[in-house]
Design a protein around this ligand. Structure first.
Ligand code: NDP
Ligand code: 8X3
Length: 249
């Protein structure tokens, strides 16, 4: 097997687990993120023949183009774009939320994802490759404090479905994966490093692991070429839907 994946947000959580999983299955991985030391540690651990570190902020198109324009030959043909880099910032209701946080989420989860996908589409079409977007259950079920984060993830899901229509007949596969609660650095990032909030959310809940999502990503990526998973939503057994709210008075 001689395929290459570009995994955004590979310095932690789901992206890092996907690189480990795909590399173990024989994929080459271009692992991206801002924290160079973490990417270098992955390369040192998994081997420079399997993993190439591309350090950039996904919002910085010039840095991205520089990093991706200088890939070693063996990593240059991308067969799978895994759009994973993303974040939530804040849990406040919209009327108390920070506009700067909203802008950061939109720029990272939406604008950068769209831009990278646009850049890679011609090559993906040429190679009959695949795009996997990491959306979220927050795309499908609104919750208080989810406001713009949920909005960005709904975009990520709908963009995948639209791409699938546009790419009809090209052989390129597109999937939206929509996980519920996964224990990663996500809540630390969302709360500005609040370890208690992290413990409160995941403690005793048996959340999904990043490895669970990586297994799913690899399964989707390695399906026979005539099969496309359009959307795939998954949750831990301990998580389910809540009811509607009613304000009285
Ligand atoms: P982590 O915080 O553990 O990892 C996030 C990754 O995204 C890091 O590698 C980080 O790299 C990268 N990233 C964030 N901002 C940027 C940026 N501006 N430029 C480059 N890379 C960036 O969280 P998860 O692994 O949980 O999150 C991965 C994806 O999964 C996200 O899109 C998230 O929305 C989604 N998701 C998460 C769920 C969960 O419960 N954890 C559930 C559903 C979806 P670095 O900081 O080094 O740049
Ligand atoms: C992350 C899952 O439920 O915290 O996308 O929004 S949730």
């Amino acid at each position: 097997m001689n395929r290459t994946a570009l995994v955004t947000g590979a310095t932690a959580g789901i992206g890092e687990a996907c690189v480990r999983n795909l590399a173990a299955a024989g994929w080459r991985c271009v692992a991206t993120g801002r924290r160079a030391e973490r990417l270098e540690a992955l390369v040192a651990e998994l081997g420079s023949d399997k993993v190439h570190a591309a350090v950039f902020d996904v919002r910085d198109e010039a840095a991205r183009d520089d990093a991706l324009g200088n890939l070693p030959d063996s990593f240059a043909g991308i067969d799978l774009l895994l759009n994973n880099a993303g974040l939530a910032l804040g849990t406040s209701p919209a009327q108390e939320a920070s506009l700067a946080d909203w802008t950061t989420m939109i720029e990272t989860n939406v604008t950068a994802l769209v831009s990278l996908t646009h850049k890679l589409l011609p090559a993906l079409i040429e190679r009959k490759g695949a795009v996997i977007n990491i959306s979220s259950v927050a795309a499908n079920y609104p919750y208080s404090g989810g406001n713009v984060y949920g909005g960005t993830k709904a975009f990520v899901r709908q963009f995948a479905l639209g791409l699938r229509s546009d790419l009809h007949g090209t052989g390129v596969r597109v999937t939206s994966i929509e996980p519920g609660m996964v224990e990663t650095e996500f809540t630390l990032v969302r709360t500005g490093g609040n370890k208690e909030a992290h413990e409160r959310l995941y403690g005793g809940a048996q959340p999904m692991t990043a490895g669970d999502i990586a297994d799913t990503v690899r399964w989707v990526a390695e399906l026979p070429p005539h099969l496309n998973i359009n959307t795939l939503e998954l949750m831990p057994v301990s998580q389910s839907y809540a009811g509607f709210q009613v304000a009285r008075g």
